[in-house]
Design a protein around this ligand. Sequence first.
Ligand SMILES: [Zn+2]
Length: 138
Amino acid sequence: MSDYTKPLPRPTVSSQPFWDAAKRHELQIQRCESCGAVLFYPREVCSECLSSELGWIRASGRGTVYSYTIAQAPTHPAFREDVPYVVAIVELDEGPRLTTNIVGCDPAAMRIGMPVVATYDDVTPDRTLVKFRPADSV
Ligand SMILES: [Zn+2]
């Protein structure tokens, strides 16, 4: 029994491979077998060509901060002790953007365009969250 009390994502049929990969500390994103588009978030059909032939590729885990905000007030009571924390949109080197947290960084040091790398937070025995940290902290 985990003592982790924060809300957790609920995997769907489409997103289960993403969560399974996160558990292995890998970032997996979809690529359309028909048109080659690289996609995130996980979905059932390609947003570019509507093909349902979607495969998975291992992303580099590298990207840059596309946008961010510093949460000074918790967005949920469970995050009360975490403020201030950074909620960001990271643009992966492969192209897609994903919403995440930036950790291991003073919020005051956040910058648009900051290089970041994926880091894996094993919050429960069954669930790992994908977050990012500054690339120069690796
Ligand atoms: Zn496609």
